[in-house]
Design a protein around this ligand. Structure first.
Ligand SMILES: Cc1cc2nc3c(=O)[nH]c(=O)nc-3n(C[C@H](O)[C@H](O)[C@H](O)COP(=O)(O)OP(=O)(O)OC[C@H]3O[C@@H](n4cnc5c(N)ncnc54)[C@H](O)[C@@H]3O)c2cc1C
Length: 329
């Protein structure tokens, strides 16, 4: 029997989430690897146009669960719809983008249908004993290789950037509906509205130079030398998530899987360990310079230039060096 792979896309207010393209790329690759077929699945209400957009890929089909009660996302509605669809169609693998939305409902779905769940996968290999997934553990310091046991569908959420959207193959697929039987009781909650936080967000994606700080900077009161260097380099300030969570910088400065994706010409990473969730947001940078006191920090694996040292000594030295070289013309 052919292995069937589903890529569940995510949409909101008439737009497909960019990570859906990565899920399609992953589904196509897995289908190639296993000699199977890839399909995209889309949930929502009046999603014909989005389905046609998704259909421009090399897929066996785009399957739509189109229902008025799916107009807004609710975990209850999504779990009920997908549990029934997976039960009826028996796909072997169901891939999801690893987003705040899927983090909320996919574990519930796995529980509801008794399926194995591999969260935050960053790759897979075909071993002698079957398919092995790779996922980061210990904030990206190590990778675990995971094999699922038993029969039945395997649910996999894919880390942002792990599969390049550019590698997806275009094509022309048919659109076919999935039967949906939903009642208001399945939703469990009502979404009253969605508000965009921080309307006047800083757009870091356009910055040519970014000076980014991590937890290693040690506090908001230690940022002044970093800001001085950034001003000298005409750089935007970015940060890893702990810096934002601690309130040292505003949320619109966060770079990574739950922050902004950037691709500056120069990315200076100061006191950032290099967890996968941070790397996916900045690995498109042309030149990465990392300063970290731990020579084994994973950030050095993606850095073009690395300085092992205390950033509180290195940053003033860099500032002085930039000033000196400018003065020398
Ligand atoms: C669902 C999810 C989403 C996430 N999204 C994001 C995201 O969008 N962006 C993000 O960044 N993270 C994100 N994370 C968190 C991520 O897993 C890491 O915890 C985080 O990136 C680590 O930040 P850090 O490198 O600043 O801190 P740490 O991992 O604590 O590293 C601090 C580093 O500073 C170095 N250091 C300490 N003092 C000094 C010094 N004086 N001089 C030089 N170096 C020093 C240390 O050696 C260490 O390497 C997410 C996690 C999850 C689960």
């Amino acid at each position: 029997m052919t292995t069937r792979i589903w890529a569940v896309l995510q949409q909101r207010e008439g737009k497909l989430h960019r990570m859906g393209w990565e899920a399609i790329a992953a589904a196509q690759r897995l289908a190639d690897e296993l000699g199977g077929s890839a399909e995209a699945v889309l949930l929502g209400s009046e999603i014909g146009d989005l389905a046609r957009e998704a259909a421009g890929h090399d897929l066996a089909a785009v399957r739509t669960a189109d229902h008025p009660l799916l107009a807004g996302y609710t975990p209850g509605g999504y779990v009920a719809t997908l549990a029934a669809a997976i039960g009826a169609e028996r796909p072997d693998f169901v891939l999801f983008p690893h987003t705040y939305q899927s983090v909320e409902y996919v574990p519930r779905l796995a529980q509801a249908i008794g399926a194995a769940l591999v969260p935050e996968a960053i790759g897979f290999e075909r071993g002698e004993a079957g398919l092995v997934w790779r996922r980061p553990i210990l904030t990206g310091k190590m990778q675990a290789r995971v094999r699922t046991r038993g029969a039945g569908p395997v649910l996999v959420s894919l880390q942002s950037g792990a599969f390049s959207a550019d590698s997806r193959r275009p094509g022309s697929a048919g659109v076919a509906p999935l039967p949906v039987e939903l009642g208001a009781a399945d939703l469990g909650r009502e979404v009253l509205g969605v508000e965009q936080a921080g309307g006047d967000q800083v757009d870091l994606s356009k910055a040519e130079v970014i000076v980014a700080v991590g937890r290693g900077v040690g506090g908001a009161d230690k940022l002044a030398p970093v800001q001085e260097l950034a001003a000298l380099l005409k750089a935007e300030i970015g940060a890893s998530r702990p810096v934002i969570d601690a309130g040292w910088l505003p949320r619109d400065r966060q770079i990574g899987s739950s922050g902004q994706t950037v691709s500056p010409k120069l990315y200076l990473a100061l006191g950032i360990s290099g967890a996968i969730q941070h790397l996916v947001g900045m690995k498109g940078s042309t030149v990465v310079v990392a300063v970290n006191k731990d020579a084994g920090a994973p950030i050095f694996k993606v850095a073009h230039y690395g300085i092992v040292g205390d950033l509180h000594e290195v940053v003033p030295a860099l500032t002085a060096a930039v000033r000196e070289s400018r003065a020398a013309g």
